[in-house]
Design a protein around this ligand. Sequence first.
Ligand code: AHR
Length: 514
Amino acid sequence: MTLNGTLHLHPAHRVGPVRRRTFGSFVEHMARCVYTGIYEPDHPSADEHGLRTDVLELTRALGVSSVRYPGGNFVSGYRWEDGVGPVGRRPRRPDLAWHSTETNAFGLDEFMIWARKAGVEPMYAVNLGTRGVQEALDVLEYANAPVGTALADQRAANGHPDPHGIRMWCLGNEMDGPWQIGHRPAAEYGQLAAETARAMRRAHPDLELVACGSSHSSMPTFPAWEQAVLEAGYEAFDMVSAHVYYREEEGDQASYLASADDMDAYIVDVAATCDHVRALGGHDKRIMISFDEWNVTTNGHGDPGTEPSGEDWPVAPRFAESTYTAQDAVVVGSLLISLLRHTDRVASASQAQLVNVLGPIRTSPDGPAWRQTIFHPFALTSRHAAGQVLRTQVDSPTYENPRFGRSKVLDSVVTWDEEAGQLVVFAVSRSRTEPLALSVPLAGFGPLEVTEAVMLHEDDPYTVNTAEDPDRVVPRPLEGVHLAADDAGTDGPATLTATLPPISWAMIRLHTAS
Ligand code: AHR
């Protein structure tokens, strides 16, 4: 049996612009993300700064727009000044977040060099766990002030006379979480974050500042946490963060495939909370969402390594290395659909993390770097989503699953770049057995032609990429895509049709016909 799904859309019905910052990533001093991930001075591909050029190349190919740094849980015990100046004089420190030893060979200046080479916008998190307003002002002065004051001069002496010009700043990390170093009640954190934000703005009024929201939507303090934090300093903040990681729980593939339903609901609830505080306080501006940690993690495919414990405090230990399946790529594609669908509230997002730690890029120390399965939907969405996100009505059969009750089989978002004459349909089929016939009436767009149709699908949804077989799962042509023959190439409305195989992600690009 074939299932049927239809997308209803019109070029005039828009959610908002596709934002480049939706395609951000995250580099934390955690496990092998920095050391032997982006930075490995002895690697054959390393440049004069010790940066792995193979990883730089893959980062550019991934289409990453911005990168959050240096944590994560790590930042809540971090002293940024340990990581600047002559490398030989930098202290080794225990990293209490990840039970590791931090050598500090890589720090803010190295990150900025890396960011420039990767072509990404930096997003910097300050430590509001063990530190406060002064540390935030210090790192801001070091990073952004013109020469002429002590810390800016120190930056210049370290080889960086020009300010780094970091615009997006996170005010701590996951401060709602009892696991966080310096965790504190919402009102207390809100006040600290607001005072920090106000002080930072005295130096640089145009910063974009992100207050910590909840670590995930099932936190017992969600969304009271957001409400209390925003009430403590609504005007001081521009964004509030959201974090989430999904995985397939034993025996529940059906719910995992519908993870984007949870992301949708989470975004709606955070936005509603922001607007509630806005109304209560009579504020004008709207707080946007920085979804600055999101991803999937694997359950049982490959060996992710073990987090150190006890007497063992290694440098760059191997853990949290998810080996991703074809199915994970489909879910990542659907999470990107959700982020785009909410482009009116999600102003920035960071997939966590970039390399090795849950990364779309995997490296071997001293060896190759390769694309994991989840690399592909990210790269294609980042490259081709452009213009406006269209308000899309998805008519779809539903299926039962333990977590959400019923979910749509078809999930989709469509972007329309009027200037370039490009319409892009991103679609996911969550059906596990039957093919899904997709139909998209295209009234209002003028004559279009299909220029590319690709999909991610494997008959075995647990197929993975490995160092030995890095291109086992790649985008393949989506066959059988049609524009209704009698209308294509004329001014009359055409209907796009395609058939999505079970558990698949697809991208169909159309251009204005010449
Ligand atoms: O990305 C890994 C960790 O997950 C981050 O350090 C933390 O913020 C989150 O809990």
